[in-house]
Design a protein around this ligand. Structure first.
Ligand SMILES: Nc1ncnc2c1ncn2[C@@H]1O[C@H](COP(=O)(O)OP(=O)(O)OP(=O)(O)O)[C@@H](O)[C@H]1O
Length: 303
């Protein structure tokens, strides 16, 4: 379990992480989601002692990272897959880590097998690795000490669809076995399929958090009709909030902050024919993400 308590990090007058509090639970995959520059990497760097917090604290299974005697046995970390020594082979990098953690030599072969890096690939220098291979090696290093907690910053970056699927299955199995997984992404779709819980951050502040199911539920209803202005008038008269929806791919839809039954009643009373009426679910989460972070984005749209 990872506990983040009132964490703040400032750089001069700039607040990169602004009083954030959340928990990543054991047995669950927690997605840490936010647009570029939101503060995800800074938070993760603080978690593993690479950046000091200005205030607040982080505990990993009840202990500060700095107090863990052999951190690799408690927490696996992948912050930047390209930050590996380019002149070493994958096997050498894992062997150094294996020795530092005091693990048996056979663990290197086990882990290479687990991340599907072949013998030939393992003996190649990292400068010749593709980004996807670097991610696999980074995940291998994180998993080497069989830790109970994984902290992964954008781990799907550079993986092809089969690689993403592989990683998803691996992390799912890890969490199902009782592990804690915290993974960040600025891509909602990447995280939506794998996360059980979501923490959404924008401009250093948490803008939403909860189980994925809860956040999906709160996404409302997508409703499509040929006469959007009339529907908008009826919804306003009924006191229901709404925004234009892109979920249907057209401009003839709204997303309403109410359940489908309530929206259906409003439409029926207004004598409007509906082409579509459904819970917003996955599509709604994307809109919610864009909406939640719209005020706080620095670098344009998130996905
Ligand atoms: N050492 C530093 N000095 C000054 N500002 C910094 C420093 N490190 C990070 N920042 C700023 O803090 C903010 C948060 O950066 P961070 O890297 O944590 O964002 P992020 O959510 O990980 O973004 P991305 O998805 O782009 O990786 C950014 O505006 C960044 O420029």
């Amino acid at each position: 379990m990872i506990t983040v308590d009132s964490l703040t990090r400032t750089y001069g007058a700039f607040t990169a992480v602004d009083d954030i509090t959340f928990t990543a639970e054991a047995g669950r995959v927690t997605g840490f989601l936010g647009p570029n520059g939101a503060g995800k990497s800074t938070t993760m760097r603080i978690m593993v002692g690479l950046t000091p917090a200005t205030s607040g604290r982080v505990e990993i299974n009840g202990q500060r990272f700095a107090d863990l005697p052999n951190p690799g046995l408690d927490v696996g970390v992948l912050l930047d897959a390209s930050a590996q020594h380019a002149g070493r082979t994958g096997r050498e990098i894992l062997t150094v880590a294996q020795r530092m953690m005091g693990l048996p030599a056979r663990r290197v072969d086990e882990i290479l097998d687990l991340v599907s890096l072949t013998e030939t690939e393992a003996n190649r220098r990292v400068r010749h690795y593709s980004l996807g291979m670097r991610q696999r090696l980074g995940i291998a290093t994180a998993l080497l000490g069989d830790p109970g907690v994984l902290i992964l910053d954008e781990p799907a970056n550079g993986l092809d669809p089969a690689g993403i699927r592989w990683m998803r299955d691996l992390l799912r199995g890890y969490a199902d076995g009782g592990g804690t997984v915290l993974l960040s992404s600025h891509l909602l779709h990447e995280i939506e399929v794998i996360a059980d819980d979501l923490v959404v951050i924008g401009q250093g502040r948490i803008v939403a958090q909860g189980t994925k199911a809860e956040l999906l539920r709160s996404a409302g209803t997508v409703v499509r009709t040929a006469d959007v202005p009339a529907l908008a008038t009826a919804l306003t008269a009924a006191g229901l909030g709404f925004v234009p929806s892109t979920a249907t791919g057209g401009t003839d839809a709204l997303r309403v902050d109410a359940d489908p039954a309530a929206v259906g009643v409003v439409a029926q009373r207004a004598g409007l024919a509906l082409a579509e009426l459904r819970a917003a679910e996955g599509a709604g989460l994307e809109e919610m993400f864009l909406e939640l972070t719209a005020d706080t984005q620095r670098e344009g749209a998130a996905a």
